[in-house]
Write a protein that binds this ligand. Structure first.
Ligand code: EPU
Length: 337
């Protein structure tokens, strides 16, 4: 079944809460719905919107927005140690994390409280507190709008990297994700190496799934604004990956600057965009309806009534200030339409 809405305001469909309109929104339940639409007449411009947590509409969207609605969860296999799941795209990400924690299954607990749908999670390989969703995903199933058939990709074929996947590259404008398969496990494997996580977990009595989830929710709650209260899309910018020489120069000048190794890459270093924006003096900066969040400079917020254009103007200003002060380019993590 599909439901079609014409000339519709997207304010309630994006976590920034910006009031831009789209020519058409299509809510669909199955691959058959998509096959019907794409075989009748392929839309010239289209986009897939999950829960709308990582998309900024900067203007009227003169195209078709596909919004998956199927949200079942099924256990495909359980050998006593590993449990294989298949979860459809519209399932709420954090409800899945809660379900896994309640069922004693390890693997995605560090990804607690990330606002996302399950279908959107592999697109930018959501990650937090030393974990990335790629470490749990076994298969992604999508509708191929060129071949008009369902395709399954193995984890390796998804091309996962930091906030990256094939769905942002070759399959952008081709794939509509239908379901994600994951493997979780029963043997505890706490991953507490990032920042304050270990301290918060110990304060709660040790590394149980429940304590880890509570600790992560508490840390996130302190730093990241709740989109239901203050419109935002989490980190607006990616942490920039720069040549080692650039990092060395900055570390010499700013010895307190945080930086991280890039796995399997000696030549590059990852910097913290939040720190760069903060040290450019922009944390808490406000321009009319939009601003840089006061507790986490990576997050741009809508104080109410902002247009996408205002957010994008602020993001350009922030990038420009960081470039002028540090000579480093930061680019949006959020999808801009
Ligand atoms: N920092 C500042 N000022 C700020 C923000 C950060 O000085 O305003 C410093 C922090 O003190 C720390 C460093 O910058 O030394 C890194 O900050 P933080 O640990 O808060 O994490 P992050 O690198 O800013 C990333 C993800 C988040 C994720 C956290 C925790 C990206 C773009 N962001 O942020 O993901 O929750 O790590 O793992 O990789 C998201 O993608 O929407 C998101 C929230």
């Amino acid at each position: 079944m599909k439901r079609i809405y014409n000339d519709i305001n997207l304010a309630s469909r994006n976590s920034f809460g910006v009031s831009e309109k789209a020519r058409m929104v299509v809510e669909f339940d199955s691959a058959e719905d998509l096959k019907e639409i794409f075989s009748a007449e392929r839309p010239d411009k289209w986009y897939v919107l999950g829960a709308g947590n990582n998309t900024l509409f900067t203007q009227y969207y003169d195209g078709v927005i596909f919004n998956p609605k199927a949200s079942s969860i099924a256990i495909l296999g359980d050998d006593g140690e590993y449990v294989d799941l298949r979860v459809e795209a519209a399932y709420d990400w954090d409800s899945l994390v809660e379900w896994s924690v309640n069922n004693g299954l390890w693997g995605i607990e560090n990804l607690s409280a990330i606002p996302s749908s399950v279908g959107a999670a592999p697109v930018q390989n959501i990650g937090a507190y030393g974990a990335e969703v790629k470490d749990a995903i076994t298969t992604v199933e999508y509708f191929d709008t060129n071949k008009l058939e369902v395709v399954r990709l193995s984890n390796k074929e998804c091309g996962f990297a930091y906030r990256e996947s094939i769905f942002k590259q070759e399959l952008r404008g081709v794939a509509i994700i239908l379901a994600v398969e994951m493997r979780l496990c029963r043997t505890p494997r706490p991953n507490l190496g990032y920042g304050d996580v270990i301290k918060e977990v110990e304060a709660r009595g040790g590394a149980t799934l429940q304590n880890i989830r509570e600790a992560i929710c508490a840390i996130r709650g302190r730093k990241l604004p709740d989109p239901k209260v203050l419109g935002n899309a989490g980190s607006f910018f990616k942490n920039p990956i720069v040549e080692r020489g650039v990092a060395d120069r900055l570390i010499a000048e700013y010895p307190d600057m945080p930086y991280y190794a890039v796995p399997n890459d000696e030549e590059h270093i990852k910097l913290a965009a939040g720190w760069l924006i903060d040290r450019a003096g922009l944390k808490g900066y406000r321009d009319g309806n939009v601003g840089v969040h006061q507790n986490q400079a990576l997050v741009l917020v809508n104080y109410g009534g902002a247009t996408g254009g205002e957010v994008i103007a602020l993001s350009k200003y922030v990038s420009q200030c960081v470039k002028e002060k540090f000579g480093v380019e930061i680019s949006p993590e959020v999808n801009l339409l």
